[in-house]
Each structure stands twice: as structure tokens, then as C-alpha cells.
Design a binder for this molecule. Structure first.
Ligand SMILES: [Zn+2]
Ligand SMILES: [Zn+2]
Length: 418
């Protein structure tokens, strides 16, 4: 027997309705906010993720699925959703059309990481990117889109926010942070030594206990923002507070990638039912389009891991109701198979959800099966019914049974089935 690759999961038929609910929730939100769907390939040139400007993240260096294809091109399975969308935005000139360009996607992502609860080598992300807008309204809209998604499943996570600021603020902070860390650098981990040179902010989300202890008292980026950045951050906080969204200012929240500017945020599960507790994250990346060869374009977006989200709901005891219904089961006790097949088709053509016997079962077994699949009504067709132009119909929840004219059936079903 061949087994599923490590760190991957099948979506089994018994769970498919949950995924359909997720997609449905996303589509409702997309419609409300006028987001258009974009889909980009599962793999891209490795250059898209590992860039020559040294702007790389720890994901990139350690966890990517990278390989040479038969044409000796370095290919990477996409580790996250944003880069491919930005590549497509630039390549297809989407910025030359009407702005803002508001996009969403649901995509598989791949990371070669140690499989553990809620972290898979292949997982799916619901993401959203708004290109071309750099306003308070676009910051708030992005947060509300993510929040609406959570709310449609009955949860209201806390949003942790931080503000990295403009270029000057970021540069100033980078230097302040390096100055603070310098005397302790010798006690920090190898990764932080590298980050100190290439991406100092990333030191702030180091997982090593020694580094964490040293950085506990590090200056916060928001302590020293320029007046403009300061007032932008205040505005964001005021607005989300006004909407009753719980928020926490988190000066250690930097989102590893160097292209983040201004606002960054994470949705956090206060109960920590999954341990590692971000349920989704995002921010503004006004440098990214430019760093991939496009025109300078502000972008804000987020990503939410769907498998983690489903696991989270499960751990919280929140069930997604399965409201798929079999309205009618057509049981047959006649040899006239052609008649039954045509009858079933005619009901489906009228829009009903209909099941019938495909297994040549006995009438008794057909009823048993109808019960098992929770059919609301069972219609029995035997030779008598065919001759009388009638059908026997049984309400499976009340047990009531009656015979009605076949010509009245559609009206009957329209009145009774849910
Ligand atoms: Zn600033
Ligand atoms: Zn470290």
C-alpha cells in the first residue's frame, strides 16, 4: 500500500462540507467587499521567493520545497500566497487598470517543516491583497474583511497590532535595535547573528529563550515614530476600538519579511487552544511590488491558514453544521428499470436532490439505505404505481405515507421538502 506523503492530509468526503462552508463564507465576503478572485500556479521560479536584494525570510532559507525541473530551472512550490499574486499583478499590468485592485484567493501552500499539530507541509490559505491604496480606509477594510471571515464562524479573535512606520522610522528603529542588542550579541543564537546583519527586526521574533530574555527590554518601534506615523497608528487603533474589536499593541510583532511597512497585525486566539496561536496575519507591504520589479505600489493584505482554522474550531468545540440534505430517495420495486431511471432524472431536472438505488438492492435494503443517508422523503415506484400513474410517498421523519397522483408530485415536493 502506498501512503500519503508526510505532513499532508486528504480532504475526506465526510469533511468536504466544512471546506464548502469555508469557500462559501469567503465568497460571501468577497461579494460584499467587491474582491475579485485570483489564482496563481502552485509553483513559481525560485527567484520570486529568494531575491537578490537579500530580502529573505527564515521561511525562505529553511523551509521551501525547491528543486530543479527537467529543464534545469530552479522551481519552488509556493510557501505563501502573496508573492505569486504580486508577480501576477506586475506581469499582467493589473496596476494599469482601475485602482484599487482588490483580490482574494484560496490556495495550497507548501513548507518543508516538521509536521506537528496544525502545521502541515501542504496547507491552504485564504488570502486577500488590496493594491494601490495607502489610506486609513484601506487599512481598516482589510482588517474588517479578515474579521468578517472569523465572525461568520462565530469567533472574534483579538487582533495584535504594531506599526513599523515609514522608511525613516524603520531605519531609525533598526539602528536603535542594533545598538541595544550589540552588547549582548555574543550570547545570542547563530540565527540572530545573521539577522543582526541582514534583517535586525527579525531578531524580535526569535524563538530561542536566551534571545527572548535579552530582547525583552528592547526598545519598541512605536516609542519613536515620526508624528505622521504616530497619528496613522492612533487612527487605526481608534477605528478598530470603535468597532468593538479587541486589540493589543504588540511591539514584538514585526512579521519577518523586510518589505513590511506601517501596519502589521495578527489575529490571536486568547485561549491558546493550539499552542502557537496566530490564526491569521497580515500587514502593509508598500515595498514589495517595487522589490519584484514593478512600480512603487502600496499593498495591504492578510493570510489565514484554513486547516489551522478548522482545527481551531474543533478544539474550541465549535461545529460547522452540515446542512446538506437528501430530499428524495426513489425506491423501486418494479422490473421496469427504464421507467425508474427516467423518473429520477425528471425530478433532478426540476432541481430536487434525489438518490436512487444503484446497487440492485431489495426494497427493504433500499429503505434501510434511505434511512442511513437521512433522506427526507422516500418515493416508492412499483408496477401498481406505474399503472395507476400514482406514487407512494413516505415522510421519513413522521413515518406518514400516502399515495398521490404523479402529476401532483412536484407541487407536493415543493410544498414539503426543505
Ligand atoms: Zn514615520
Ligand atoms: Zn536568536
Amino acid at each position: 500500500m502506498i501512503n500519503i506523503p508526510k505532513g499532508t492530509k486528504d480532504m475526506l468526503p465526510k469533511d468536504s462540507y466544512k471546506w464548502q462552508k469555508i469557500r462559501h463564507a469567503v465568497e460571501c465576503i468577497a461579494q460584499k467587499y467587491n474582491l475579485k478572485e485570483i489564482s496563481t500556479p502552485g509553483f513559481e521560479s525560485t527567484d520570486l521567493f529568494v531575491r537578490s536584494d537579500g530580502n529573505s525570510s527564515d521561511i525562505v532559507t529553511k523551509e521551501m520545497y525547491t528543486f530543479l525541473d527537467k529543464g534545469d530551472r530552479s522551481i519552488t512550490l509556493k510557501p505563501e500566497g502573496t508573492a505569486g499574486v504580486v508577480r501576477s499583478y506586475i506581469e499582467n499590468g493589473l496596476g494599469n487598470e482601475i485602482l484599487p485592485c482588490k483580490l482574494f484567493y484560496i490556495t495550497p501552500c507548501y513548507r518543508y517543516e516538521k509536521p506537528q499539530a496544525g502545521r502541515l507541509r501542504e496547507h491552504h490559505q485564504f488570502g486577500c491583497e488590496i493594491f494601490g491604496a495607502n489610506s486609513l480606509a484601506s487599512d481598516i477594510e482589510t482588517i474588517l474583511i479578515a474579521y468578517d471571515f472569523y465572525k461568520s464562524f462565530g469567533i472574534e479573535p483579538t487582533i495584535h497590532i504594531n506599526f513599523l512606520g515609514c522608511d525613516e522610522c524603520k531605519d531609525r528603529y533598526r539602528e536603535n535595535l542594533k545598538k541595544f542588542v550589540e552588547p549582548y550579541l555574543k550570547d545570542m543564537c547563530d540565527d540572530c547573528h545573521r539577522r543582526y546583519e541582514t534583517n535586525p527586526l527579525r531578531m524580535l521574533d526569535c524563538k530561542s529563550e536566551e534571545c527572548k530574555a535579552i530582547l525583552k527590554d528592547a526598545p519598541a518601534v512605536t516609542d519613536d515614530l515620526c508624528p505622521m506615523c504616530k497619528s496613522k497608528f492612533e487612527d487605526v487603533k481608534k477605528m478598530i476600538q470603535g468597532f468593538g474589536i479587541k486589540y493589543v499593541c504588540d511591539s514584538k510583532l514585526v512579521r519577518g519579511l523586510d518589505y513590511y511597512t506601517d501596519l502589521v497585525f495578527e489575529f490571536i486566539d486568547d485561549d491558546k487552544v493550539l499552542g502557537q496561536n496566530a490564526l491569521g496575519a497580515g500587514g502593509r507591504y508598500n515595498k514589495l511590488v517595487e522589490s519584484l520589479g514593478g512600480k512603487q505600489t502600496p499593498v495591504i493584505g492578510f493570510g489565514i491558514g484554513i486547516e489551522r482554522f478548522l482545527l481551531y474550531l474543533e478544539s474550541k468545540g465549535i461545529t460547522i453544521p452540515d446542512d446538506s440534505k437528501i430530499q428524495v430517495y426513489v425506491a423501486s420495486s418494479t422490473e421496469n428499470e427504464h421507467y425508474v431511471i427516467k423518473f429520477v432524472k425528471s425530478l433532478r431536472d426540476k432541481g430536487f436532490c434525489v438518490e436512487s438505488d444503484l446497487m440492485d438492492r431489495s426494497l427493504k435494503s433500499q429503505f434501510k439505505y434511505a434511512d442511513k443517508i437521512h433522506a427526507q422523503y422516500v418515493i416508492t415506484i412499483g408496477d401498481d404505481e406505474i399503472n395507476e400513474k400514482k406514487v407512494s410517498i413516505k415522510n421519513m421523519s413522521t413515518g406518514e405515507q400516502e399515495k398521490i397522483w404523479e402529476s401532483d408530485l412536484v407541487e407536493y415536493l415543493n410544498k414539503h421538502v426543505q
